[in-house]
Ligand binder design. Sequence first.
Ligand code: ADP
Ligand code: ASP
Ligand code: MG
Length: 398
Amino acid sequence: MGIIVQKFGGTSVGSTDRMKRVAGQIVKEKEKGNDVVVVVSAMANTTDTLVKLAGELSDYPGKREMDMLLSTGEQVTISLLTMALQHRGMKAVSLTGRQAGIRTDDVFGNAKITSIDTGRIKEELSAGRIVVVAGFQGVTEEGELTTLGRGGSDTSAAALASALKADRCDIYTDVDGVYTSDPRVVPRAAKIDGLSYTDMLRFAMMGANVLHPRAIKHAKEHGVPMIVRSSLKEGRGTVISGKVQRNDSIVGVALQEEVSVLTIHGCDGGESLILYDLDSHHIETERIRHRQGLVLIIKDQDIHLVKKIVRKYNQAYSHFDMREDVSKVCVIGSIQSSGEVKEKVTNVFHDYHIGKVSVWESSVGLSAIVDRTDVEKAARILHMHFGLDYIESKRAIL
Ligand code: ADP
Ligand code: ASP
Ligand code: MG
């Protein structure tokens, strides 16, 4: 008997029928004798719909108001799912992020969890209740509502699992595990049985959005094993823990479809000011030092803010240029080479007519910037080229 944290994403709680199914999975875990804490996302498409509504009223809505708006999505789910559990005769209670003791900093829209006071949750568990917590949200010291960035319910779950010293954190989603690439883009992607925190973190940071990178950091901190599994079918899923060891050096291919490349030229002193400012807004970028200057790969969702920050320092220290509307594809793993792999990949892309490419190697693997129209093709080619394609006969031997 222990504590299990279960997280259900938007598709898994996308309708009341799905919620009934999820309630069954929760009851099953509770009936094994475990204390169960459930973390949920907003119902499928709800967050996107709310973002769209805000966009109809303002080009750049205030971040505080956006958090006030977006945090409502998760609140709908906690109450409905708790009703479904109570209807099955279970003792259950819903808690907002604030009621669950989740404290964050004040970076609206992308806040980081700073502490969790688990007192209330523990009280509810001792009273025999299943606790259903709203993911993606917290509260600042001043009592302001915050959200944790898109996909942030994973982070709520892993941070709660760490704070509660849970035995496991199960991430229920719409795929049955972590694959060697996004199975929606690369049909030959293969399911991975186990990954170390480090490999999963690299994979997630480079775009495998099946798990939020910050969630992995929280789980790693306290060694809580995570399992990514399907809420729609039974299966062992993918285990992520400190114990997993792999023989193969290449983990998979990640892609980020909507990025821009910002090159900051000759900014010396200004460079560290820009980077400090980006960090204080929790803007994550891949950074490459290049003879032309510092190159940053930025997600499109951060572009407006990044431009604002860079302009602040631009006249004093530097000038920059921006290549917008491109994509990034990345082979994750240790690539031991001094440029040969890069050359090979450049040649392969040339042969397959993938245009306007820049390729570089890093400690994470190999990354390439490609035209947005080519990114899916590029991912499939790299997946094949690095021997990751799922082949029926290979599977039979495993
Ligand atoms: P949830 O709403 O449950 O949080 P997400 O949409 O955030 O679900 O994450 C699941 C999706 O992640 C999958 O549907 C899949 O398209 C995508 N994905 C991207 N990379 C991978 C990968 N390497 N393995 C599995 N799924 C991936
Ligand atoms: N509802 C939020 C989103 O759509 C958080 C999450 O689902 O994890 O990004
Ligand atoms: Mg998600």
